[in-house]
Design a protein around this ligand. Structure first.
Ligand code: HSE
Length: 435
């Protein structure tokens, strides 16, 4: 007799949901062959069942009410792909509460409500998987949870927002304004419906929060560390970086340091020869440094219907195996039974090199006032570049520093911005050379 199927209900027919449907239709036989039993998508819930998404829904039961799907005793696994943290939270909690396995790609939901969701999953002994939430198709969470589980992770450096990486790459290659690049990212469908969370660093912070849990076994919310996006980056910064052999990337960083675990999301200048500097366009990459494993790199499409859909269906297969073969919770979803609370290193104590671009009126003595303010706080200058004045009187003074404490740098910048000749806020970008 043929093996009975494990049955899946999908909530949310957006970009990723549509990709999941396509993969089920294209890969039905391959998936069944690899599992040794069929995995069937049987019910789809979405408030909009009219829009033509280019896939046939004829073979599925459909409903506008997600509760019908979650309450259906025939459904074993629920996929939440509605996004956001409102209805999505209700769906995930209700599905776990009824003992179903849950797959989601919702980083905001996990970063903000992870504690509640993982506690419920544990108490119900229900599985939850979320590979698509970080780095789209890239199996980096699985690598941290399983492949590297014996190792002490010392750092993770991630380019985890394709929209920002696309914008920075375009600025560099076309020299276009930030606004023009954002518009193109939206037209190409890389950005979220509201790109604010992409460009202001929030999306990367959500993903970093999940990476920190898996890499270090710690519970750190996205509001507990410094987050900055790419909105302030101008083509001129990209150009100056290039002149000194650096490229700007929005990096999500988690590191074991002398001051404790350090976490932040910032635009960062990194050597153009580093592997991460070569991650271009909407691609994502995460570099993990382990005590014994050394560096490992995970690279791939960080967004998109089929790439992220592939990660989601992979998670469904893992959960289906666990159910069918009786090995549920073989590996805890976060790689450890419980996360530790942790106090992160204080941002003001962190040390790095900096790039500063000061828009200053070109009057005698201004350069010495700027460098004097840095000297006052013990900040050592590595290079200074001042272009010749052209039409306008404010000329950029570009300074790179040796390693400096963030607290001292912030204090010096406050003083520099008080100078009468300084016409705009100082552009400050970190430089990380050890990448
Ligand atoms: N909008 C996200 C990005 C994709 O640009 O990377 C999914 O997380």
């Amino acid at each position: 007799m043929a093996e009975p199927a494990v049955r899946v209900g999908l909530v949310g027919l957006g970009t990723i949901g549509t990709g999941v449907v396509r993969i089920f239709q294209e890969g039905r036989e391959r998936i069944a062959e690899r599992l040794g039993f069929p995995l069937e998508l049987t019910v789809i819930a979405d408030i909009d069942l009219e829009t033509d998404r280019g896939v046939s829904l004829a073979e599925y039961a459909t409903t506008r009410n997600w509760r019908e799907l979650v309450d259906d005793p025939e459904i074993d696994l629920v996929v939440e792909l509605v996004g956001g943290t409102g209805v999505a939270r209700s769906i995930v909690l209700a599905a776990l509460d009824s003992g179903k396995g849950v797959v989601t790609a919702n980083k905001a939901l996990l970063a903000q409500h992870g504690e509640e969701i993982f506690a419920l999953a544990a108490s119900k002994r229900a599985e939850i998987a979320f590979e698509g939430s970080v780095g789209g198709t890239i199996p980096v969470l699985r690598a941290l949870r399983e492949g590297l589980c014996a190792d002490r992770i010392d750092s993770i450096l991630g380019i985890v927002n394709g929209t920002c990486n696309y914008i920075l790459t375009e600025m560099e290659e076309r020299g276009e304004s930030y606004e023009a690049c954002v518009k193109r990212a939206q037209d190409l469908g890389y950005a979220e419906a509201d790109p604010t969370f992409d460009v202001d660093g929030t999306d990367s912070a959500h993903k970093l929060s999940i990476l920190l849990a898996l890499a270090f076994g710690v519970r750190v919310g996205p509001d507990q560390f410094g987050v900055e996006g790419v909105e302030r980056i101008e083509p001129v910064d990209v150009e100056y970086a290039r002149r000194i052999g650096l490229r700007i990337k929005l990096l999500a960083v988690g590191k074991r340091g002398d001051q404790g675990i350090e976490a932040h999301v910032h635009p960062t200048m990194i050597p153009e020869t580093s592997v991460l500097a070569r991650v271009d366009g909407p691609m994502n990459a995460v570099e993990v440094q382990g005590l014994h494993s050394g560096p490992t790199l995970y690279y791939g499409a960080g967004a998109g219907s089929l790439p992220t859909g592939s990660a989601v269906v992979g998670d469904l297969m893992e959960l289906a195996r666990a159910r069918r073969l009786g090995a549920a919770l073989r590996v805890p979803p976060l790689g450890t039974p419980a996360l530790r609370e942790v106090t992160l290193a204080r941002p003001e104590d962190l040390e790095t090199e900096y790039y500063l671009r000061v828009a200053a009126l070109d009057s005698p003595g201004v350069l010495s006032e700027i460098t004097g303010a840095l000297g006052e706080f013990g900040i050592s200058i590595a290079t200074v570049l001042q272009e010749e004045r052209r039409a306008e009187r404010a000329v950029p003074v570009v300074i790179t520093t040796h390693t400096a404490r963030q607290g001292s740098l912030d204090a010096a910048i406050r003083d520099i911005e008080q100078l009468a000749e300084v016409t705009r806020p100082v552009q400050v970008i970190r430089i990380e050379r050890g990448i």
